[in-house]
Design a protein around this ligand. Structure first.
Ligand code: NAD
Length: 442
């Protein structure tokens, strides 16, 4: 799903999600020349791919067929973990590439999970809540044998949320009676075993990674979030929470957007007021005191930090030369294409990659899973502080490893990799090592 970006927007780039994930994987494994090529090849491919077609009765009594996917890429560190997205453009290829991303994300954060992802081809904006419930129940019953707290654990993603997880849990629980099944999904409603702080976790994690990264002093005159000019694309679970978290730390949120377009205010927007406006009007555009900008314009605005938090492939070969931010923080998964990675790197614009910047969500999902095993509920502060420590630790690990390339302790005089490549190097190395230790790959 390339979202609003078409191939024409991004020039001649190949935006096939599998090609993108392979290009990134190869760039990272080029830095890992001691890894056996056969093992590298094994790690490329998903462990299990499910494609299901199922009928659903619609509100007007018609019956429509839907297609859904669930992919487990790797289970070396534990059960598959990853969101389920509902979107008209979702494809199997995209789900495979996102499942791989989850493998590397969990490994980078040191979580005992492998990578998984799912999707249903549908347009949630055109469906009633009853229709969404029936789609979710039917999709779950098609897949239930391969889901489970120790097999594969879904979570919310684009256009799915706590309500979707409650339906999945209920359907799974009916099919597997007599067990504590709460940990079969994360991102549940709080009263059903959801973790306090899960909803805010990804947006908060973006802030924690940014703060830690800036404190390392790599970007001149930008050592903290306070006073930074921030543009955020997407005002959903990730973007709206990130906007409020950065705002609380004294950043100036100069631009925000949703699928209907963006808004700009030189003096800074108040995210809580924008959220209230969106709750009432269903969109951010038209916010009093703001000027309209398109989603494309928003990405190229003059700011310190750009936080794409909507769809994939938003920063690409065509607009990367015009990005004015000094730091890109990937709230969304895969918002930047490989060609854009290179352009940003050449222009000295640093980027905190998705597998680090948006890993707060899966980290708190892990805490939810832990709490569900023993039917406990930690308070918001406990959960958020534990996540902060994890994100800070991972940010330091990536930064310190990057410095080894800078001073020539690694890389033998080759080009200095960007932070995405370094994060992938660490993650792939860990998964490869565990694969060998377990004797999975001979
Ligand atoms: P969401 O459905 O809550 O919000 C998506 C937002 O993007 C909405 O504001 C929507 O209006 C906006 N949007 C949709 N199409 C757009 C377009 N063409 N241009 C600009 N904005 C557009 O989803 P979310 O949970 O906030 O997820 C956003 C991204 O973050 C996704 O890439 C997801 O995979 C990633 N992510 C989410 C989590 C999480 O915990 N929710 C964790 C890690 C990564």
């Amino acid at each position: 799903m390339s979202g609003a970006t078409t191939d024409a927007d991004s020039g001649v780039e190949n935006l096939d999600p599998i090609a993108i994930s392979e290009a990134r994987f190869e760039r990272a494994t080029d830095c890992l020349d001691r890894l056996h090529r056969g093992l590298v090849d094994f790690l490329k491919h998903p462990k299990r791919v499910n494609l299901v077609n199922f009928p659903v009765e619609m509100d007007d009594d018609s019956v429509r067929s839907f297609q859904g996917f669930r992919v487990v890429h790797n289970r070396v560190f534990g059960p598959g973990k990853g969101g389920i997205r509902y979107h008209p453009d979702v494809t199997m290829e995209e789900v495979v590439s996102l499942a791989k991303l989850m493998t590397w994300k969990c490994a980078l954060l040191g979580l005992p999970f492998g990578g998984a992802k799912g999707g249903v081809v549908c347009d949630p904006k055109q469906l009633s809540e009853r229709e969404l419930r029936r789609i979710t129940r039917r999709f779950t019953s098609e897949l239930h044998e391969s889901l489970g707290p120790f097999q594969d654990i879904p979570a919310p993603d684009l256009y799915t949320g706590a309500q979707t997880m409650a339906w999945i849990y209920d359907t799974y629980d009916m099919l597997h009676p007599g067990y504590n099944n709460r940990a079969v999904v994360t991102g549940k409603p709080i009263e059903m075993g959801g973790a306090l702080g899960r909803h805010e976790a990804t947006g908060n994690g973006c802030l924690f990674a940014t703060q830690r990264f800036l404190s390392r002093g790599l970007i001149a005159d930008l050592q903290e979030v306070a006073g930074a000019r921030v543009s955020i694309q997407g005002f959903g679970d990730v973007g709206s929470v990130a906007a409020e978290a950065f705002h609380r730390q004294g950043a100036k949120i100069v631009a925000l957007s949703d699928s209907g377009g963006g808004i700009f205010r030189e003096e800074g927007l108040d995210p809580a007021a924008v959220r209230q406006f969106k709750d009432e009007q269903g969109r951010v555009s038209g916010m009093p005191g703001s000027r309209a900008v398109s989603n494309a314009e928003l990405l190229e605005l003059d700011c310190d930090i750009l936080l794409p938090a909507a769809l994939g492939n938003q920063i690409h070969a065509v607009n990367a030369p015009r990005i004015k931010a000094r730091l890109v923080v990937e709230g969304a998964n895969n918002p930047t294409t490989p060609a854009a990675d290179r352009i940003l790197q050449q222009r000295g614009i640093h980027l905190l990659p998705d597998i680090l910047a948006n890993a707060g969500g899966v980290t708190v999902s892990y805490y939810e899973w832990v709490q569900n095993q023993v039917n406990e509920q930690w308070d918001y502060e406990t959960t958020t502080e534990k996540m902060r420590a994890k994100i800070q630790g991972a940010t330091d690990t990536v930064f310190n490893r990057w410095q080894r390339f800078v001073v020539g302790e690694e890389g033998e005089g080759g080009e200095i990799p960007d932070f995405r490549t370094v994060a992938l190097v660490i993650a792939i190395e860990r998964v490869a090592h565990a694969t060998l230790m377990r004797g999975i790959w001979p």
